[in-house]
Write a protein that binds this ligand. Structure first.
Ligand SMILES: [Zn+2]
Length: 126
C-alpha cells in the first residue's frame, strides 16, 4: 500500500493513491509524466524561486541552513500555498527558460525538522 501523498511535478497536485502500483497519470492534470520534473508554469516557477530566495536570505541572516518550518511560515505569509510541493520540486531542481537550475538540498535536521540550503543556480547549457 502506498500510504503517503504523491505530488505531481507538473501541476503540483497532491493526492493519496488508492492502489499499490505507481499511478499512470496525475488525477489533476491527467499527464503521464507527472513523476518527471519538467518545466513549470510561470506562476509555479515564480513561487519556487520565491521560496528558494527565502532559504537564501534565511541562510544569510542566521548564518546557518534554514529550518523548514521557518521557510514555510515565511512563504505562507506571502500567500504561497502548497509550500511542501514547491520544496519537493526544488529538491529535485527546477529549470528556468535558459536552463538555469535552482535547487535546495537538505543538510541536516534539528530534531525532526529538516534544514534547507540553496545550491546556487548552475547553467546546464541548453
Ligand atoms: Zn498534474
Amino acid at each position: 500500500m502506498v500510504t503517503h501523498r504523491l505530488f505531481c511535478l507538473r501541476c503540483g497536485y497532491a493526492w493519496l493513491p488508492k492502489g499499490i502500483k505507481k499511478p499512470k497519470q496525475c488525477p489533476g492534470c491527467k499527464r503521464n509524466d507527472w513523476n518527471t520534473p519538467g518545466r513549470l508554469s510561470a506562476s509555479s516557477f515564480l513561487k519556487c524561486v520565491t521560496i528558494w530566495r527565502l532559504v537564501q536570505n534565511c541562510e544569510k541572516i542566521y548564518k546557518e541552513p534554514a529550518p523548514r518550518d521557518r521557510i514555510k511560515l515565511a512563504a505562507e505569509s506571502l500567500e504561497i500555498g502548497n509550500v511542501d510541493v514547491y520544496i519537493k520540486m526544488l529538491k529535485e531542481g527546477i529549470k528556468d527558460k535558459n536552463g538555469l537550475l535552482y535547487r535546495l538540498s537538505v543538510v541536516g535536521q534539528i530534531g525532526m525538522q529538516e534544514r534547507l540550503t540553496v545550491t546556487s543556480p548552475v547553467t546546464l547549457g541548453w
